[in-house]
Design a protein around this ligand. Sequence first.
Ligand code: BDP
Length: 704
Amino acid sequence: MRILLLAIITFVFSSLKAEDGYELWLRYKPVENKNLLTSYRSFLKEINIYGKSETMQIIKDELKKASLGMLGQTPVFKSTTQKTFGLIIGSPKKTENSNFGQEGFAINSGTIDGKAIIYIYANTDIGLLYGVFHLIRLMQTGQQIAMLNIISTPKIKLRILDHWDNLNRTVERGYAGFSIWDWHKLPDYIDKRYIDYARANASIGINSTVLTNVNANAVVLTKPYLEKVKALADLFRPYGIKVYLTARFSAPIELGKLKTADPLNDTVQLWWKQKIKEVYELIPDFGGFLVKANSEGQPGPQDYNRTHADGANMLADAVAPFNGIIMWRAFVYSSSSNDRFKQAYEEFKPLDGKFRKNVLLQVKNGPIDFQPREPFSPLFGAMPQTPLMMEFQLTQEYLGQGTHLVFEAPLFKEVLNADTYSKGKGSTVTKVIDGSLNNFSLSGIAGVSNIGNDINWCSHPFAQANWYALGRLCWDINLSSAQIADEWIRQTFSNDPSFVEPVKKIMLQSRETLVNYMTPLGLTHIMYNGHHYGPMPWGNTLNRPDWNPVYYHKADASGIGFDRTSNGTNALAQYAVEVQNEFSDINKCPDEFLLWFHHASWDHKMHSGRTLWDELCNKYNSGVDSVRSFIKQWDSLKKYIDEDRLTQVDQLLNIQLKEAIWWRNACLLYFQTFSKMPIPTQYEKPDKTLEYYQNIRILYAPGN
Ligand code: BDP
C-alpha cells in the first residue's frame, strides 16, 4: 500500500522536478487532463506487437517508457494473433500499401465491442517506429486519440543533420560544447548519448547524419576510423538513420600517396573506387559523401582545371554500385567576382544537367552565408535539370550563437515559401526542393547541427527547437512555424495554455527581433571577423574585400546598401523577371530587403513615411525593446515550469538584452558617422562612444 502511494505521489509530482533538458521533447510527463488520461490508458493498456526486429524492440521500449511516464501504467505486451484490442502495431498479414512508401504510416483508432482499439500500419518497421512516435506526440501534446484516421508520409527523402564536427572533438561554429562523437573511445566504448541521439532524431523523422565537418579531414577514411564509423552506423540503423561522411578531395594524395587528385585521372578514380568499396564492406548501407570543394581553401577539381561536375561525377560513379549518393556543395566564392552574391550561380548554372543522377547539389538558403535574413539563393530558380537540396544552419553562427533565443522556423519558411517563378507563378523554393517542380525523386534538406556534448544537447534550451523544427518541416514541409512551436513547447515544457501561448509568441517574434537589433532593412554580414560574435560594421582590415563588413553595407555620405540593380552589380539579373520586378525598384522593394539590393540615401523615404536613417534607428530600438518584453514575459511564467530551466533562460535573455544593446549602439554610432543625422529624441541614446565599441576585443569566442 505504502509503495503504491509512493508511486502515485511520484507520478503526480514528477512534473515539478528540476530538469536539465537532456530529455529534449521526449519527457513523457504525467498527463494531467483526467479525461485524456483515462482514454489514453484504455488504448495503451494492451499492446500487440508483430515482429521481432531490433526496431520492434525499440518500439516496445519506447512505448513502455511513454506509458509509464505519461500514464503511470505498464502495458501488457502481446505478440499473438488471438482476439486483440488496445494498441496494435504492424499487422500479421503484411500487405504493401503504396500510399505509405518506405517510411510512411497510418494510424486508425476507434472501438470494437466497446473496447478501445488503435492500429498503426506501415510497409516497414521504420514506418511503424515513426507512427509510434507520432502517436506519442499526440498524447504529449494533449490531443484526442480516440478517432484517428491518419496517413502520413515524409515530403522530403533525405532529412539530414550535417555535423561540422572535427576528429579532435572541436565543433566548427559549435556553441554547445564538444562533439558528441567520442572518436578516441570508439568503436569499443558506446556512449549512451549515441542511442539517445538516434532516438531523438527518429522521433522527428531525421534519417541521415553526416558525421564530420565539411572542412574535411581525410583521416576519417582510414581503416581505424571507418571501424568507428561502422559502430555508429550499426547503432543508428534500427532507428532508420543512415550515416554519411565528408570527403576531402585531396584524400588520394594524403592517404593514397598519389601525385594528384585529378578527377579524370585513372589512378585517382581507382583509388576512390577501392576506398569506397572498403567503406561499403564495413557499412553496407552507407549513405555517401558530402563534399565542400574549391571553397574557402578546400581542395577540389578546379585545382586540376576540372569542373565541379567532373569532381562530383567521379565520386558519384564510385558510390553508384552501392546506391550511394554525393551531396556536392554550391557554397563557393573567391575574390574574382565583383559581387560575392553572384558567384555560386556563375559557377554552377553552366553545369546544370551535367551531374550524374546520384548527385544532389546542396545550396545554402541564401546567396551569401546563413545571415539573419537573406533573399533566396538564385540557384533555386536556375537549375531545372539538377536536384537541389537545401542547406539551413541550425547552429546560430550569425544568429546570436549560444546566447540568443532565436526560433528559426520562420526563417526556413520564408525561404521555402519564396517564389522563384522559374516555371511561372507558384514555382516556390519548396517545390524545387521537394522535387515536384522539376520531377526529381531524390530530395533533401540538411541542417547544420547545433548539437554538442552539453547536458541539454544544444546549450540554449530554446536551441533545441531549431533541431526539432528541421525534422518536423522535412517530414511535413507545409507545417506552419506556429504549429511547430506549439508542439515543441508542449512537449518540452508544458501543455498549459497560459504558458504555451505567450512562449509561442516570443518564439515567433524572435527571429525578426534579432534581425532588427543586428541587421535590419537588409543589412548583412556586419559581424566581427572570424568568430562572427558581436558587431563590427567598421571592419576593413582583411586582405580580401569580401571578408570585410564594409564590403557588405557600403555606407558613405550618400547613403547605405549594396546596389545589385542594373546600375550596380546586376546580381538581380540572376532571378526570374518577376522576382527582379519585386526588388529592382527602390521605391517598391520591401523594406526588409532594401539594403540587399539598393544603395539608398539616408533620407530615402521608407514605406512607413520615415527617412531611412530614422527607420534604422526605429528598427534597432524596436529589436532591443522586444528583448526587454521577452524578459518580462518570461519572468511572469515562473509558476509553470521547473526553476532550473526558468533561471537558465532568464539569464540567457539578459545576456541577449546586453548584446542587443551592444549591437544597436555600435551600429547606430558607426552609421551615424556617415548619415550625420541625430538619433530621434524618442529613442534611447547610446551611453558609450563609438570608440568604446570599436575597442571591444573578444578573443576567445567559441566555435572558431
Ligand atoms: C561559413 C562558416 C565556416 C564554414 C562555411 C561553410 O563561417 O566556418 O566552413 O560557412 O559553410 O558560414 O563551408
